[in-house]
Design a protein around this ligand. Sequence first.
Ligand code: ADP
Ligand code: MG
Length: 262
Amino acid sequence: MTTAAAAVYDPQIPGGASAVAASARQVTKAYGAGETRVTALDSVDVDIQRGRFTAIMGPSGSGKSTLMHCLAGLDTVSEGRIWIGDTEITGLKDKQLTKLRRDKIGFIFQAFNLLPTLNALENITLPMDIAGRKPDAAWLDQVVQTVGLADRLKHRPTQLSGGQQQRVAVARALAARPEIIFGDEPTGNLDSRSGSEVLTFLRRSVDELGQTIVMVTHDPVAAGYADRVLFLADGVIVDEMHAPTADSVLERMRRFDGKRTS
Ligand SMILES: Nc1ncnc2c1ncn2[C@@H]1O[C@H](COP(=O)(O)OP(=O)(O)O)[C@@H](O)[C@H]1O
Ligand SMILES: [Mg+2]
């Protein structure tokens, strides 16, 4: 590493890597060119703490999904650097990035993306089956117990409620013990009861299994489950809050004057 880059996060620094699961330095992401150029992220610096639940909030179009996609290696950055654990992902070749995503990252999307012909257990172990990895039986058992799905494992997705289906999707993300799980509006398609079911489970997976979770949401109630909330506006992290509550998040969101919050 050159002297000029010394200020950039360096996971080789003793004590620097252990607490940080993902990191961005001076990340800029622009879409399009010329008159239609949009700067979705503007020189973002962020560290995601390991074993914590981080929410990303902000008005519509503020860059939440873009930040998550860049951190998760689903999208390339225009400038800047990103690390997952101690691996810098900016500059990785497609094949290496695909492998890193498969081995180190879990995803939960708004649409549950379960395969209808497989039962819950088969859906949970599918990514590992595809990767040719044997699930750790004790861990799988613990995940299934934590999600509260032990008596639903033989059910197909159509035989499960929306909340249960999303819990299967969360268990699927957890089963491979990823370094970090990213969710983009993971409760966006759920009614409030199913949503709180899933959020309670995400919270437990952090508290009891030590999982690291980053969740994009526009819902202050959902953000209230997190340890820390990052607030984005116009592609910049403008604020953060620790130990948030739904009320304190709502209050902060109200100060994004004139902007929609969904
Ligand atoms: N694929 C894309 N092409 C062009 N512009 C995009 C694309 N994706 C996002 N944007 C723009 O980037 C900005 C941030 O978008 P996004 O990250 O989706 O915001 P959020 O998730 O906070 O609603 C918005 O202005 C959006 O229109
Ligand atoms: Mg979005």
